[in-house]
Design a protein around this ligand. Structure first.
Ligand SMILES: Nc1ncnc2c1ncn2[C@@H]1O[C@H](COP(=O)(O)OP(=O)(O)O)[C@@H](O)[C@H]1O
Ligand SMILES: [Mg+2]
Length: 268
C-alpha cells in the first residue's frame, strides 16, 4: 500500500491537495490525456438497507480514472451511476472495496479528511442548480471562492462558462441553461482536480443542454480537470474520451473514442 502522504496544512495529507501550478484560462489548451491516475477503485460494492429490503447499488466496480479525462457514465435509471459518482466525490462511502485518490485511500478516511477532500479537490454539479436566489451570479460563485485555498476570481470562472456579461444578474433573470452554467462556474472556481456532474442537462431542452455541455467541455480542456458526467443521453457519449456503461451496479462495457466530437456538434 502507498505510504500515507505527509501531513500538510490542517492535517490534510499533502497528496490530497492539488499542486498549486495550474494552467490558467489564457494558456493554450490541453488536448491529449495525461497518464496520471486520479482514482483507482477495486471491487466497489454498495448495499443500501431500507427496512427488510436490501438494494445492491454497486456490485463490484473496478475503475481507473486519469487526470484530464472526460468520462461519460451511461446507464438506465437505477443502474448505480449516482451512487458511484457520490462515492468518488466523498459524499457517500462504499460497503466494501477500495478507492484511492492519487494513491491515498479514501475508504476509511476520517470525516475531517473527507471534508477537506470534497472542499479542495472536487467540484459537483447536479441536475438542479441550487443557486441562492437573492445573490447575483458573481456572488453565488464568490460564496465558494471565499472558503477555498487557491480559487480563481469569480469573474474568471464565469468567463470560462461564457457568462462574462451576466455576472450581476440574479438567478431569476437567467435561463435554466445560464443558471446551470453559474453552477458550473461555482464548481470550478476552486480549481478542483475533479469535476463530477450528475445529469447536468437533465432539466434542460436540447439547445440549452448543449450550451451547458460546451461549458463542461471547455472546463475540461482549458483547466485539465478530470470530468465525469452522468447522462441518460447516449448522444453525449461522442464528446467523451471514454464511456462507461453501467448496468445492475457493474461496468458492463467501456468504449474509448479516438477523437472527441465537439459538444456544439452533438445531435439528439
Ligand atoms: N439512499 C438510498 N437508500 C436506498 N436505496 C438507494 C439509495 N440511493 C440509491 N438507492 C438505490 O440504489 C440503486 C442505484 O441508485 P442510483 O445510484 O441512484 O442509480 P442511477 O443514478 O443510475 O439512477 C437504485 O435501486 C436505488 O433505488
Ligand atoms: Mg442518478
Amino acid at each position: 500500500m502507498a505510504r500515507p502522504p505527509e501531513s500538510g496544512v490542517d492535517g490534510v495529507p499533502k497528496g490530497f491537495v492539488r499542486a498549486p501550478a495550474r494552467v490558467t484560462v489564457a494558456v493554450p489548451m490541453k488536448t491529449s490525456l495525461s497518464t496520471g491516475v486520479v482514482f483507482e477503485a477495486r471491487k466497489l460494492r454498495k448495499v443500501y438497507h431500507t427496512g427488510e429490503v436490501e438494494v445492491v447499488a454497486l456490485n463490484g466496480v473496478d475503475l481507473e480514472l486519469g487526470a484530464g479525462e472526460l468520462v461519460c457514465l451511461l446507464g438506465p435509471s437505477g443502474s448505480g451511476k449516482s451512487t458511484l459518482l457520490n462515492i468518488l466525490g466523498g459524499l457517500d462511502v462504499p460497503s466494501s472495496g477500495s478507492l484511492q485518490y492519487k494513491g491515498w485511500p479514501l475508504v476509511g478516511s476520517d470525516e475531517r479528511t473527507l471534508t477537506q477532500f470534497r472542499r479542495n479537490c472536487v467540484g459537483f454539479v447536479f441536475q438542479f442548480y441550487n443557486l441562492i436566489p437573492s445573490l447575483t451570479a458573481r456572488e453565488n460563485v464568490a460564496l465558494i471562492t471565499g472558503i477555498s485555498r487557491d480559487p480563481m476570481p469569480p469573474e474568471e470562472a464565469l468567463e470560462v462558462v461564457g457568462l462574462g456579461r451576466r455576472m450581476d444578474h440574479f438567478p431569476s433573470q437567467l435561463s435554466g441553461g445560464e443558471q446551470q452554467r453559474v453552477a458550473i462556474a461555482r464548481a470550478i472556481a476552486k480549481r478542483p482536480e475533479v469535476l463530477l456532474c450528475d445529469e447536468p442537462t437533465g432539466a434542460l431542452d436540447v439547445t440549452t443542454g448543449i450550451t451547458v455541455l460546451e461549458a463542461i467541455e471547455r472546463t475540461n480542456r482549458e483547466l485539465g480537470t478530470l470530468t465525469v458526467v452522468i447522462t441518460h443521453n447516449a448522444a453525449m457519449a461522442d464528446m467523451a474520451d471514454r464511456v462507461l456503461h453501467l448496468s445492475d451496479g457493474r461496468i458492463a462495457r467501456e468504449e474509448h473514442n479516438e477523437t472527441r466530437l465537439a459538444a456544439s456538434h452533438l445531435k439528439w
